[in-house]
Ligand binder design. Sequence first.
Ligand code: UDX
Length: 447
Amino acid sequence: MRVCILGTGYVGLTTGVCLAYTGHQVTCIDPVAEKIELLRGGGIPIYEPHLEDLAARARGNLSFSTNYEDGVPLADVIFIAVGTPPLPDGSPDLRYLRAAAQGVGAHYKGEFVVIVNKSTVPIGSGNWTGSLLREHLPESNFAVASNPEFLREGSAVFDSLYPDRIVVGSDKARGLETLYSLYRPILDQTFPAPTFLPRPDGLGAVPLVSTDLASAELIKYAANAFLSLKISFINEIGRLAENVGADIRQVAKGIGLDSRIGGKFLQAGLGWGGSCFGKDTSALISTAREYNLAMSIVEAAREVNQRQRDRVVEKLQAEFKILKGRTIGLLGLAFKPHTDDLREAPAIDIARRLIERGCKVKAHDPVSMPRFRKEHPDSGVLLASDPGELAADCDALVLVTEWPEYRDLDWDSIGARMRSRTVLDGRLVLDAAHLTSRGFRCLGVCG
Ligand code: UDX
């Protein structure tokens, strides 16, 4: 099928590359000329494991352009995957979505096309997109669909090729049928698995959930809100665990083995960051408000998440009594490992709070330091080229992002460079017994 993708962010680019790899002719369109130049030359403008390799293998089916004329006029399916950044009141800014829908309406020349909202859009956006398109195209020429993505940064390619489910929503049967055909190779897992990303053992056919538009739109918000509250739940239990002398990791294991609960997203620590959970929970609350509904559980999950970040300052203050003049080193800046994304990253908040209290803050991250320099030039945070340099003269190290390389540091040589051997494990991944045996004082955000 001929596919056109509008927007080459994490979602658009990963979707485009994966659909090209599974045999479709894909044109990715983005107004930023430098990005398109880079993509044409085989580069990838974001840090996402395996995306460059997969794009290289799909090259024959992929093209890139800044111009709607090159992909929209005869497409069978057009994905709108533009940004929907949050406005100050928490609701998403829909101006790029509007421009994309109007651009499609103005350029489409074929007989029938499915226009798919792939960005996380407010409930009702499908109807709105339809009304914008009707200003340019007859109703019989198009169907609007919602196809929410569930890909995680850092494992976006894996999640797209081997998803838990695919959700498609449309108010027209022809729209749904077109999307079944598009996703058939992934639903039936008939594409050859890339050698660098083998198909998981036992993965059979991928379930398809086909719905009306509003249900598909709500599924996305409900999924992200549920995952957010699972994390906040374990963090709240973690606070209690700390007080009663329980180990939250054991508690998470003990409840997670109940198949009704499940063990995923029960990793206690500094809580969630990233571009999705904060934005989507806030949008869900603001949508509910339009209907005079309160999302009290979701609101509580957000509060608990914010509180986890305060814990770092509280714990360090309890330990050192005076924070002014202390040097604190942050291990990790990205909001999670295997990405360089700093949006809503706990590290940024924590650094700011520590600096406000008179600390000198240093940081290290294996991949996100160049992006940090660009996006936070005035943060006051000093960047260190490796964990050893970070440790020099630190009163404490805080593990903020659980990059695998931080688990097995040479703690003897790290400790030798520190002013005091104190580590706060913000993700509960370090071996506290080992650290204690090397003379470290080991603190956790939950015990
Ligand atoms: C999320 C959703 O998982 C994905 O389905 C959606 O479509 C986009 O948003 P992403 O934000 O990329 O993906 O990362 P995810 O792996 O979900 O982690 C989000 C945050 O939660 C990270 O900051 C992570 O550190 C934190 N987290 C995750 C925890 O604190 N504990 C956990 O147990 C899991």
